[in-house]
Design a protein around this ligand. Structure first.
Ligand code: BES
Ligand code: MN
Ligand code: ZN
Length: 484
């Protein structure tokens, strides 16, 4: 799909989106297409009243005119706007139209300017056109539409298209990677993906550490998890350098990359275990952000790390009761081998100290407890640095890739005490998302740190089962905001 923003005449397109409002008014483009009162009559006859979610379409010569209800003028919110854009796109997807002029730019979203109208409109179309049929013998028919033109001559729209296209492609690459089955997407496959990014630009280089290098570094918490798998753990480091000051400290992004989490000896129940192929969604989101970054060429130094590993039960697997020595010297008693994410991450968080980070943000499908606490709409945010937390919350609010901060105070550390080691890897029943964050915070003392638990937000279950690509939007926006 090619996206642009300009004031191409409505007559140039085979499909047009126009809005009508609940008070009976027509958007300017709807007025323009209201020849012979065609649209006014649709309202009069009750085919459409302008309420959100109502939609009707008609054909005039070779043009599909899709009339969309946009609620009360100026009152529609972000979610409703994406919803109506998505619905309108579903209507055009079924047609043979090749060029769409999207005049929903004339719908003003509450408290948002045109830049955000285009951002959300493009995001909705990209989401709606996503298919993952790589493993189907019969492929989905390709969408005929080639061009989407956002109907506006406002200059902000150019930047919005540029940003939204890059984020959409980042989201798509994260979804594709995450939806990949675990027999294909194993730790080596993840690392190979990082390498492919190198070919796209001279601004990015990728390096991969295997188990031998990890052993030399003393990453025995990470290695303990990997012990039960025949697939070697792989830590992939993508270095993007484009800051005007080459010595500027990098922003470091770390993703949990459990390409499959069976729980290990503390085996998970069978129901829905297939979904644990998504336990690498943190890593996939970092890959998505690096993709977006390469496309945007932002003037920043950013290091993206994917901590690839597999957690399986096996004769050689690590056991409950094992004590592992982490890279920073802390010893950890394993009380549940299913709390593996924090073991992989703790050594990765120590490893990234060498980059002298400006800040570190890790992203992980870390705890079921986070889903219990926040449901599937907000990612859990935990941070030791308030300013960093605020910046992430701001990016989250802007993009509506929602996140909610959980408290992290020293009391929670009490729950991680072990009679035999410096730390236990689980903190008991209460506040599981927080104690997981508290565990990680023991390994982040050398820099400003924040953690996003995406266990509830990284994929959808049910009819629309699949990876969401979150929080690529949030994190890319955070990076865009750093450039101001
Ligand atoms: N990957 C899981 C967390 C998870 C579970 C994410 C379900 C999404 C849906 C993680 O490795 C895990 O198993 N965590 C345990 C921790 C517990 C043993 C303290 C959990 O949440 O049950
Ligand atoms: Mn687990
Ligand atoms: Zn896991």
């Amino acid at each position: 799909m090619k996206y642009s923003a300009n004031s191409t005449a409505l007559s140039q397109a085979n499909a047009v989106f126009v809005a009508v409002f609940e008070d009976g008014t027509l958007s300017p483009s709807a007025q323009q297409l209201d020849t012979q009162n065609k649209i006014s009559d649709l309202i009069k006859s009750g085919d459409i009243s302008g309420k959100i979610d109502e939609i009707t379409a008609f054909r005039r010569q070779n043009q599909h005119i899709i009339v969309v209800g946009a609620g009360k003028p100026g009152e529609i919110n972000e979610r409703q706007f994406k919803q109506i854009s998505q619905k309108a796109f579903q209507a055009v997807k079924a047609t043979s139209a090749q060029t769409l002029v999207n005049a929903l730019t004339e719908v003003s979203i509450k408290d948002r300017d045109l830049y955000w109208n285009v951002r959300f409109g493009l995001e909705a179309i990209a989401t709606e056109s996503y298919v993952f049929d790589r493993f189907k013998s019969k492929k989905t028919d390709p969408i005929k539409l080639q061009n989407v033109i956002f109907h506006t001559d406002d200059k902000q729209a150019q930047l919005a298209v540029q940003h939204a296209v890059a984020i959409a492609s980042g989201v798509k690459s994260a979804r594709d990677l995450a939806n990949c089955p675990p027999n294909v997407c194993n730790p080596s496959y993840l690392a190979a993906q990082a390498k492919t990014l190198e070919k796209r630009t001279a601004l990015l280089t990728a390096a991969v550490l295997g188990e031998k290098e990890m052993a030399e570094l003393g990453m025995h918490a990470y290695l303990g998890v990997s012990q039960g798998s025949k697939n070697e753990a792989q830590l992939a480091v993508m270095t993007y350098k484009n800051h005007p000051n080459p010595h500027a400290k990098p922003i470091v992004l770390v993703g949990k990359g459990l390409t499959f989490d069976a729980g290990g000896i503390s085996l998970k129940p069978a129901a829905d275990m297939d979904e644990m192929k998504y336990d690498m969604c943190g890593a996939a989101s970092i890959f998505g952000v690096m993709n977006a970054l390469v496309e945007l060429q932002l003037p920043l130094n950013v290091i993206g790390v994917m901590a690839g590993c597999e957690n399986l039960p096996d004769g050689n697997a690590y056991r409950p009761g094992d004590i592992l020595t982490a890279m920073n010297g802390l010893t950890v008693e394993v009380l549940n081998t299913d709390a593996e994410g924090r073991l992989v991450l703790c050594d990765t968080l120590t490893y990234v100290e060498r980059f002298e980070p400006e800040c570190v943000i890790d992203v992980a499908t870390l705890t079921g407890a986070c889903v219990v606490a926040l449901g599937q709409h907000n990612s859990g945010l935990i941070a030791t640095d308030d300013a960093l937390a605020e910046q992430l919350l701001q990016a989250s609010q802007q993009t509506q890739d929602k996140a909610w901060r959980l408290p992290l105070s020293e009391e929670y550390q009490e729950q991680l005490k072990s009679p035999f080691a410096d730390l236990a890897n689980i903190g008991g029943r209460w506040g599981g998302a927080i104690t997981a964050g508290a565990f990680l915070s023991n390994f982040t003392k050398k820099y400003r740190w924040a953690h996003l638990d995406i266990a509830g937000t990284a994929w959808l279950q049910g009819a629309n089962k699949g990876a969401t690509g979150r929080p690529v939007g949030l994190l890319t926006q955070f990076l865009i905001n750093q450039c101001r």
